[in-house]
Design a protein around this ligand. Structure first.
Ligand SMILES: Cc1ncc(C[n+]2csc(CCOP(=O)(O)OP(=O)(O)O)c2C)c(N)n1
Ligand SMILES: [Mg+2]
Length: 709
């Protein structure tokens, strides 16, 4: 039952493979030490499943009976993947864990699959296998076929099982640990006694978010084990050019936590250090760093020959290869004979070949059945109604937050100064007094890690509401929010229900870095939803709609509107109807589309024009629903879009483009965009006033368009 990877028919014989291999399950059953349940292998799911998990600790003589088979399995699988890549069955590239197996096995062995929360890296195949992955599924993933765990959405190493707490990595180094911190924090808040494992390389240890995540974990006393796989190189860059401290583990002192360095080629040393760390974290919840001095016995990835590595060093590395070392231990400590081991290896080989044979004929993914839809479905539901009179937009924010925290015990609010200070614009005033510091979290200044934390928490049942102090600072989290959060559902098929609040916009003389809107930027990332309310009613509705939606939603709150006009909030508790454009004024002469503060300028201009102008707030900027605008254009044949952002920075050009493509209207004038100039928001009040469209400039545009035709 094994396939040649080129033909799918005959077997690629392993070196030293046996034709009549014993059953691995049976073999391991006889050798399995006390406290270790059977290692289960079967034809398709060729996965070893030892249950010697925390708090159980294996003796060295017990440990290698499990560690070695898994290390061997991972080594052989790496070799097979490389061969598959070279023969064109695996696209992209393959980053091998060859030389890192002792770390991967040692760190994963004590963890509890589906309980502890992990984010592994590209050299951790053995850890994936110990925590729930199977060779069959992994072969499917690498070949990106119809049964790949990511459904072909992602390539080779970006796999995991988010639903079972094994978060899949994305390419960007350093971005995964904050998710583990958030996940562990949320699970522990739920009363679960869990640990986190966040893995990264020596190169990734230079990223800003490594620091952000460690700091956050330390401040929040979250027991996450940060394992640094220090293999001496980041691609071609040696560690001498990467950092200047003695050990990376020494950095622990800077976070007020413990750090330790171990020989990462000694599988039992790694395992023991991880067991020690888990025990210490159990006694005192806080993160800890374990630096493992490990090896990379290949170039960075399949395409890299590693010619920059000195020959003597490579030779030294080969001498320290952890797989033969573990094999020797199996003989020396566990009483295995050469025949026993050869038979074991042959059985593993058979299982791997069977997994490959099963994966090879799996059809290619069918583009017609691919999930092109980037959003998780939100089942219809009703929530408590709400009513309030004479509310300003800023109060509407506070009332919505209070409503959400009150009605959803798992909801929590996080951001900068949202606690005692009540947030920079006081929209969170009084919430910490009412809901306590465990649900209103003042965070360190680390927007990127905050987003990662929130994403991780959302996977463990937390319901985060994240405030960016100013929309401008959301750019700190472009990778985390745009790429990681945005693509999460596509990659994992797990929803990422998150609400982000972005106080935005100008007119408050705060200059370029405190006045941006950024709806244009965020609309460029698939998977995010964007809502832009302009009145108290809309503000309340946007926050409630965004919160209950199963997808990441960004709500833009224009700062200049926080304390301007008052309005009534009258919410009937039905969520479905909220996701649509709002017509603020009806008319037949011209369709005027505006959002944020511009809506009010537009309404003033429409009033002053004496013409029949229909004013629409699209409200849902992503996914943009043009129905209301198209319907209006059938009456008016004229479209004016007003935006506060620079001409090419916002969404006005998209609205016009879609209107032109979708509308069958008889155009009575050329559609027009009235926007700010394409330059940073100027500071001086006179300059800022000239920069932003106003009721005056809108009025002139209305008149011009109506006179043109
Ligand atoms: C933020 C970011 N910049 C650049 C890259 C490209 N890149 C991929 S792997 C890698 C080196 C990683 O080195 P290290 O963290 O030491 O892990 P190793 O590959 O050695 O296990 C780089 C630079 C990336 N993935 N992410
Ligand atoms: Mg490295």
């Amino acid at each position: 039952m094994a396939a040649d990877i080129t033909t799918g028919k005959t077997r690629v014989a392993p070196s030293g493979g046996h034709a009549h291999a014993p059953d691995v399950a049976e073999h391991l059953h006889h050798h399995a030490p006390h406290g270790v349940a059977e290692l289960r292998f079967d034809l398709v799911q060729t996965c070893a499943t030892p249950v010697a998990r925390f708090p159980h600790r294996l003796l060295e003589s017990e440990y290698y009976t499990i560690a070695y088979p898994v290390m061997y399995l991972a080594r052989r699988m790496d070799e097979m993947l490389l061969e598959l890549f070279r023969k064109g069955y695996v696209k992209g590239t393959v980053a091998l864990g060859t030389g890192n197996e002792a770390v991967a096995v040692g760190m994963a062995m004590p963890l509890r699959p589906g309980v502890d929360i992990v984010a592994l890296m590209h050299r951790d195949l053995a850890a994936h296998l110990l925590l729930g992955a199977t060779p069959y599924r992994l072969f499917c993933q690498y070949m990106a076929n119809a049964e790949s765990p990511t459904h072909g959405a992602e390539g080779n190493v970006h796999h995991g099982d988010a639903a079972n707490r094994r978060f899949p990595m994305l390419s960007h180094l350093g971005k995964m640990p904050s998710l583990v911190v958030g996940g562990v924090w949320a699970a522990r808040r739920n009363g679960e006694d869990v640990f986190g494992l966040a893995v990264l390389g020596d190169g990734a240890s230079s990223t800003g978010e490594f620091h952000e995540a460690l700091n956050l974990a330390s401040v929040r006393k979250t027991p996450v084990l940060f394992v640094i796989e220090n293999n001496g190189y980041s691609f071609s860059t040696p560690i001498s050019l990467q950092y200047n401290c003695r050990w990376l583990a020494d950095r622990a002192a800077a976070y007020g936590i413990k750090g330790r360095c171990v020989d990462g080629t000694d599988a039992y040393a790694v395992y023991s250090a991880v067991c020690d760390a888990l025990q210490a974290m159990h006694a005192q919840p806080e993160p800890t760093i374990l630096e493992c001095l490990t090896l990379r016995l290949h170039g960075h990835a399949a395409y890299d020959k590693g010619e920059y590595i000195p020959q003597e060093l490579l030779e030294q590395w080969r001498q320290r290869d952890p797989v033969p070392a573990a094999r020797r231990k199996l003989q020396q400590l566990c009483g295995y004979t050469e025949e026993n081991i050869a038979a074991l290896e042959a059985a593993i080989e058979d299982q791997l070949q069977a997994a490959l044979a099963a994966a090879m004929p799996v059809p290619r993914p069918n583009p017609r059945r691919y999930h092109w839809n980037v959003y998780a479905a939100t089942p219809p539901r009703s929530v408590p109604p709400f009513r309030a009179e004479r509310v300003k937009n800023g109060d509407a924010v506070r009332l919505a937050l209070e409503y959400l925290l009150q009605n959803n015990p798992k909801a929590f609010l996080m951001g900068l100064d949202v606690g005692v200070y009540g947030s920079a614009f006081k929209t969170c005033k009084g919430l910490i007094e009412k809901f306590g510091a465990a649900r209103v979290l003042d965070m360190p200044v680390c927007e990127s890690a905050q987003v990662g934390f929130a994403l991780g928490a959302s996977q463990l049942g937390g319901e985060p509401i994240v405030e960016f102090q100013f929309a401008d600072f959301s750019t700190e989290a472009v990778t985390q929010l745009g790429l990681n959060v945005g693509s999460w559902f596509t990659r994992t098929r797990c929803a990422a229900p998150l609400l982000f609040r972005l106080p935005c916009g100008g007119g408050v003389t705060l200059g370029a870095f405190h006045s941006g809107e950024f709806e244009g930027l965020w609309s460029r990332f698939p998977g995010l939803k964007l809502l832009y309310p302009a009145t108290a009613q809309e503000t309340f509705e946007a926050l409630v709609a965004g919160f209950y939606d199963r997808n990441p939603c960004l709500v833009f709150e224009h700062k200049a509107l926080y304390w301007s006009k008052s309005g009534t909030i009258d919410f009937d508790g039905r969520l479905e109807g909220l996701w649509q454009a709002r017509v603020h004024r009806e008319g037949d002469d011209l369709t005027l589309v505006a959002f944020g503060a511009m809506l009010h300028e537009a309404l003033d201009a429409a009033q002053a024009s004496g013409l029949s102008v229909e004013v629409i707030n699209p409200f849902v900027l992503q996914p943009l629903d043009m129905t209301c605008i198209i319907r209006s254009l059938e009456k008016t044949g004229r479209l004016l879009v007003v935006q506060e952002s620079g001409a090419t920075q916002g969404l006005g050009d998209r609205i016009i483009s879609q209107a032109v493509q979708q509308s069958g209207a008889r155009w009575r004038a050329r559609p027009r965009l009235l926007a700010a100039p394409d330059c940073p928001v100027p500071f001086a009040p006179e300059l800022e006033a000239a920069y932003r469209p106003s009721s005056k400039t809108i009025l002139a545009a209305i008149r011009q368009m109506c006179e043109e035709s």
